[in-house]
Design a protein. Structure first.
Length: 351
């Protein structure tokens, strides 16, 4: 905990959705009228602790509501499911069941996790209901634009609906699965970790401790390919300490960092960093208007404290050697300067 206290500042506040960001979300079909709000789910009358398969407390509680509230809430959550994963048509609602509404007592966002089951075939899917926070929304949208992964979410007033990102939680993977991986698999995971680490650093996504990302194995011919995805976007462009955006300074990631040192040479690490930056540059070039509009929203928004902005500027000047950071007035301008630097380097290499 001593390391975390040095890296992380006091609890991050929730930043409201600005009118400009609201218009951006509306333009890209992220903003839609939904039939229930986050605060409506807080009306639960009681709860029980949810334990994992080893009888450990998961820090989630299963909520229950009055009979009158439950009928209304269930219908609204089924409707949200159809909006998030389909066209909002009501035809599927009779075949859906809300199996669980779980509430997380840990972390900033305190989300609700909704389990929806298709009663015809018992397939189920999760989604989350959270308080809308501008930092998190920027993080989700940047993930959609700059990463290899699409993100599905909806925002209405002060409520955020997020799809569930499938994968093995990083901390569980490191403890239970990594020791069983072959040496070739460890080398491939090390490569993916370097690229994931670089992506988070470049786009200023902070606090990527092992339980804030998942690892997804995919079978490919006679091998397994591992991908790493962020699942928590609360700390997008908030902290002033640059180390918060660098996964290697999180003690929960030390085993992964140690594996990278054993499996990859410095030249390979450098090459994978360049590959990831080039990929991000290509994404920005192929979606220039969307990227520019989102950054414009950030530049006209407040998602951090002035002291955090000042500290991050100083540390980035030392880290990158680009004095352009000196003129940045907020986190949006800092991120714009970083992304311009990445895009400029990529275009220079193409000449």
């Amino acid at each position: 905990m001593a390391v975390e206290k040095k890296l992380m500042s006091k609890k991050k506040p929730t930043f409201p959705i600005s009118e400009m960001l609201h218009n951006y979300l509306k333009n890209y079909n992220r903003n839609i009228i939904i039939p229930i709000f986050y605060d409506d789910l807080l009306r639960f009358q009681g709860s029980i602790t949810v334990y994992d398969k080893d009888d450990e407390d998961t820090l989630w509680v299963r909520t229950y509501y009055s009979e009158f509230d439950r009928v209304e809430i269930d219908n609204s959550l089924k409707k949200i499911y159809t909006m998030l994963h389909s066209d909002g048509n009501n035809e599927a609602i009779p075949f859906l069941n809300v199996d669980a509404i779980d509430y997380c007592t840990f972390g900033n966002s305190k989300p609700f996790r909704i389990k929806i089951r298709n009663i015809l075939n018992d397939n189920y899917i999760y989604f989350y209901v959270k308080k809308a926070d501008a930092s998190r929304v920027y993080g989700l949208e940047l993930e959609h634009i700059l990463s290899p992964h699409n993100i599905n979410f909806l925002v209405y007033k002060d409520t955020l609906i997020e799809e569930h990102i499938v994968g093995i939680p990083g901390d569980d993977f490191i403890n239970d699965f990594l020791p069983k991986c072959t040496e070739l698999e460890k080398a491939q995971i090390a490569k993916e970790f370097v690229k994931f680490k670089e992506r988070c650093l470049v786009r200023l996504l902070g606090d990527m401790r092992s339980y804030n990302y998942v690892i997804t194995p995919t079978h490919d011919f006679d091998s397994i390919v591992y991908k790493i995805r962020a699942i928590d976007f609360d700390q997008q462009s908030f902290e002033g300490n640059l180390k918060v955006y660098n996964l290697q300074f999180m003690k929960e990631n030390f085993k992964m960092i140690e594996m990278v040192g054993k499996k990859l040479q410095n030249n390979s690490i450098r090459q994978y960093k360049i590959e990831e930056r080039s990929y991000m540059a290509k994404r920005m070039i192929t979606a220039p208007r969307r990227t520019a509009r989102l950054i414009k929203c950030m530049k006209n928004d407040t998602i951090s404290f002035p002291e955090n902005v000042a500290l991050l500027k100083r540390q980035l000047i030392q880290y990158v050697g680009d004095v352009k950071f000196k003129d940045c007035k907020n986190m949006g301008e800092i991120l714009e300067t970083i992304l311009d630097f990445v895009k400029r380097n990529y275009l220079d290499l193409k000449k």
